[in-house]
Design a protein around this ligand. Structure first.
Ligand SMILES: Cc1cc2nc3c(=O)[nH]c(=O)nc-3n(C[C@H](O)[C@H](O)[C@H](O)COP(=O)(O)OP(=O)(O)OC[C@H]3O[C@@H](n4cnc5c(N)ncnc54)[C@H](O)[C@@H]3O)c2cc1C
Length: 354
């Protein structure tokens, strides 16, 4: 039987993986329910090398960021569109602890390419409330995720490998060395269902810790804000003249993709603390970030069914992690290359799989 792969879910995870497998000449069938609950369409697309209150460099950033940028370049050439927009990120200090964190990081020579100079309070006039000053995060930017997802979808449709319907796990027959679905045999099924992995009978035992998020699109007077991402707990990304994506919220108790007035008010109120505005809300989106407890991706084979695999856990870093780990998953599937121990699904099997 020729090698063949079945991928469930066409968010960023399923798309990057399918793209890699197709690039290697592998036949792929992707099943997605027309993105009915898809976090990738809610993603702002931000790629921020420095995160959190402690201003730490994102884990493995020095390897993953250049890799992601090179993949976006490749995709830009393929689809004749710009996806990655490099942008400085103006990080406003919120308290003295953050200032200290910046000072200690900035003293480390090889980190200087990410941690830019400190800028004094008032640097942006009345446009930003930068009472404690700010610094520039270098090497970041954002990816035009909606456009990228649309190109992937069109590409998979043109290759006739995308089935737009809901996948029913009961229709899958699993054997040791292959699976069957609707009369067709596949080497492996790879589940890339985002937070809907919670309903997957093969992987619902994983320690998920999903987070619902909401974001807004805002209009403001053109030229009101500097041409940079502004970050201060919440963030504001200039996506077109006078248009901004702003977010986001984190909710840990309700998992669906419906927008709420409370989410909108939370974003506007936090934003108002560092950007006075005025703004008009023109869009509102929600999604659920697929996070596992140790905040790392989850890749690999089911502990009992070697023909059943997972590619998930991209958390709030799908744009940074997706390209790298999709390549790693591809090399695992096709070349028997090992997965990194910290991302393999095996790390959870002993404790969580009965
Ligand atoms: C508000 C918000 C803002 C974010 N901002 C950023 C950001 O700025 N930068 C960043 O890097 N990341 C961001 N993220 C995170 C990013 O969205 C995720 O990391 C990424 O989208 C996860 O992709 P995924 O493919 O794993 O899941 P998803 O995008 O959710 O895709 C899963 C797909 O599988 C389909 N599916 C599931 N089950 C089935 C089934 N049984 N049958 C058929 N289809 C099925 C779903 O409908 C969906 O289309 C954000 C997330 C949110 C919610």
């Amino acid at each position: 039987m020729p090698r063949k792969f079945l991928i469930i879910g066409q968010g960023l995870a399923g798309s990057f993986l399918a793209w890699n497998l197709l690039q290697r000449g592998m036949p792929v069938t992707i099943v997605d329910d027309t993105h009915s609950d898809c976090s990738s369409f809610a993603a702002a697309g931000m790629i921020n090398p420095i995160t959190g209150k402690r201003l730490v460099l994102s884990p493995r950033c020095e390897r993953l960021l250049p890799f992601a940028k090179s993949v976006y370049e490749e995709l830009e050439q393929q689809f004749h569109q710009t996806f990655f927009e490099p942008k400085d990120i103006i990080r406003l200090f919120r308290d003295a602890k953050e200032l200290n964190a910046w000072e200690s990081k900035r003293a480390i020579t090889h980190l200087k390419e990410y941690y830019g100079d400190r800028l004094p309070p008032g640097n942006y006039g009345a446009v930003l409330n930068d009472a404690l000053g700010s610094f520039l995060i270098r090497q970041g930017g954002y990816c035009r995720t909606g456009e990228l997802m649309q190109c992937f979808t069109d590409h998979f449709r043109s290759r006739e490998c995308l089935w737009n319907e809901r996948f029913d796990h009961k229709e899958l027959q699993v054997y040791d060395d292959h699976v069957m679905w609707r009369g067709q045999g596949f080497d492996k099924v790879i589940f890339a269902e985002g937070y809907q992995a919670q309903n997957n009978p093969y992987f619902n035992w994983l320690p998920f810790n999903f987070a619902k998020g909401e974001i807004l699109t805002l209009r403001a007077r053109t030229g009101l804000l500097p041409d940079a991402v502004i970050s201060c707990g919440k963030w504001c990304i200039p996506i077109a003249p006078g248009t901004y994506t702003v977010g986001s919220t984190y909710g840990w108790d309700r998992f669906d993709c419906t927008v709420t007035d409370a989410g909108k008010q939370a974003i506007l109120s936090d934003l108002g603390r560092f950007i006075p505005g005025p703004f008009t809300v023109t869009g509102h989106n929600a999604g659920v970030r697929p996070i596992v407890k140790d905040l790392k991706p989850v890749l690999g084979l089911h502990p009992r069914h070697p023909a059943v695999a997972i590619f998930n856990g991209l958390a709030s870093k799908g744009l940074l992690w997706g390209p790298f780990y999709a390549r790693q998953m591809t090399e695992f599937l096709l070349d028997a290359q090992p997965l990194e121990p910290e991302v393999t699904v095996d790390r959870f099997a002993a404790k969580h799989f009965q």
